[in-house]
Design a protein around this ligand. Structure first.
Ligand code: ATP
Ligand code: MG
Length: 396
């Protein structure tokens, strides 16, 4: 009996003429994910990528990895047979592990090969009877079964399965271009990166550090987050920008109450230049409206005005609880809550202005030559690459 994984398209299935471009990217992304899991042969037809393990292909591990690949709507693990109903019913033992622990089931049949002699209702009926014979402890429940047994009669075979997993959804990473995520060590920004990768963006990360005010450990924590994000985002380029001198200049030359917004404008100005230089089409942040003083509407206005690229803030309308839920689900939460400092908290004013006036901000910023400091910081920026599947050990 041969086992195969079907990766069924999510939104790509709705695409028209340019669909094959999206399929190519999804296929490439799947190949990259499976690279270290043995050999697989991929082919595609009928809105599905067929992933067939060759001798050493690890199907369990492949299913796990595919759960994180954007563009896949559903993952189905199937046994594949010739299109002969008797052969299928003789091999129902394939369903054993799923059905032994179940109490109820139903059958769903789909016949996309219309030349197959039985119609779907008849397949459902007869397969249901055969399942009941083979697993007499089961009852039928067509509304909320424990297990749905599926038989699909496709162009190239009959596919039997008892396992359909909801995929990561969204669009394949790389199909929407690339953007630069401002990644702090917190909970929100990794979630923001995940959400935009889900819309097909390649997400690379920029992080600002202020040694000695921020520690090496704090930076390593952010690098760890990058590594974790590769599970969904694929390979990530990481820019680490030295921010100490700019922060000290802000502290020494600008009104304290404006420090937070001015600092955020500096971050955005640096991101602008890196976007222009390296071809990013947008900036992503983990800002959430009203969460902290820098995320009030007037503060966001001031920060946003420094941006020369679209700024995507996918968590802007989400509560911390909702963001945290996603963070747990994607596996970044435990690292995000490690208690290391961020440069945002360095020199942060006791009473930041929650309603900064844009003219005041511009006046404060104009009092010093920050432009050359920005160029200097960019010239000293370090760059690393995090590759999916390559674990880096940073933290105990
Ligand atoms: P997070 O949103 O990741 O939990 P946070 O809640 O501490 O961080 P802020 O400090 O207000 O939020 O930062 C808001 C956003 O600004 C972050 O989501 C992130 O996009 C960006 N940001 C903050 N600090 C940094 C940093 N050191 N490097 C890069 N981006 C940063
Ligand atoms: Mg936040």
């Amino acid at each position: 009996m041969k086992e195969i994984i079907l990766a069924k398209y999510g939104e790509i299935a709705l695409k028209g003429e340019n669909r094959s471009t999206f399929e190519d990217i999804l296929t490439r992304n799947i190949k990259r994910r499976l690279k270290n899991l043995g050999s697989f042969q991929l082919s595609r037809r009928q809105s599905t990528i067929y992933i067939e393990p060759l001798d050493d292909g690890d199907v369990d591990a492949a299913v796990e990895a595919l759960k994180c690949v954007f563009g896949i709507g559903a993952i189905q693990r199937c046994a594949v047979f010739p299109k002969d109903f008797e052969t299928v019913t003789e091999n129902l033992s394939y369903l054993k592990s799923a059905l032994d622990t179940a109490k109820t089931f139903k059958v769903e049949a789909k016949r996309s090969d219309k030349s197959f002699p039985m119609k779907s209702p008849e397949i459902q009926q007869r397969l249901g009877d055969a399942v009941l014979d083979a697993f007499p402890h089961l009852g039928v429940d067509v509304h909320t079964p424990d297990v749905t047994v599926r038989l699909e009669i496709r162009d190239n075979g009959a596919y039997l399965s008892a396992e359909r997993i909801i995929g990561a959804g969204g669009m394949p990473v790389g199909s929407s271009g690339k953007a630069l995520l401002m990644l702090s060590g917190g909970i929100d920004s990794p979630v923001a990166g995940y959400m935009m990768a889900k819309r097909g963006l390649i997400v690379d990360c920029i992080h600002y550090v202020s040694p000695p005010y921020t520690s090496e450990r704090a930076r390593l924590k952010v690098e760890k987050l990058c590594e974790l994000m590769t599970g969904y985002c694929g390979d990530i380029r990481f820019y680490c920008v030295p921010f100490t001198e700019i922060q000290e200049a802000l502290r020494d030359n600008c009104p304290e109450e404006h420090f937070t917004v001015l600092m955020r404008r500096m971050m955005v100005k640096i991101a602008n230049k890196i976007c222009s230089r390296d071809g990013y089409g947008a900036i992503i942040t983990g800002e959430s409206l009203a969460q902290v003083a820098s995320q009030t509407l007037p503060a966001l206005y001031c920060t946003n005005a420094a941006a020369e690229f679209p700024v995507f803030r996918p968590v802007i309308g989400m509560d911390k609880i909702e963001i945290t839920e996603i963070s747990r689900r994607i596996g970044t939460f435990e690292t995000s809550i490690l208690p290391y400092e961020d440069c945002c908290t360095v020199f942060s004013p006791k009473h930041p202005r929650t309603r900064p006036k844009f003219e005041d901000i511009l006046a404060a910023e104009g009092a010093y030559d920050f432009d050359s400091m920005i160029d200097e910081a960019i010239s000293k920026t370090e760059m690393k690459r995090f590759k999916y599947g390559e674990e880096t050990v940073f933290l105990d």
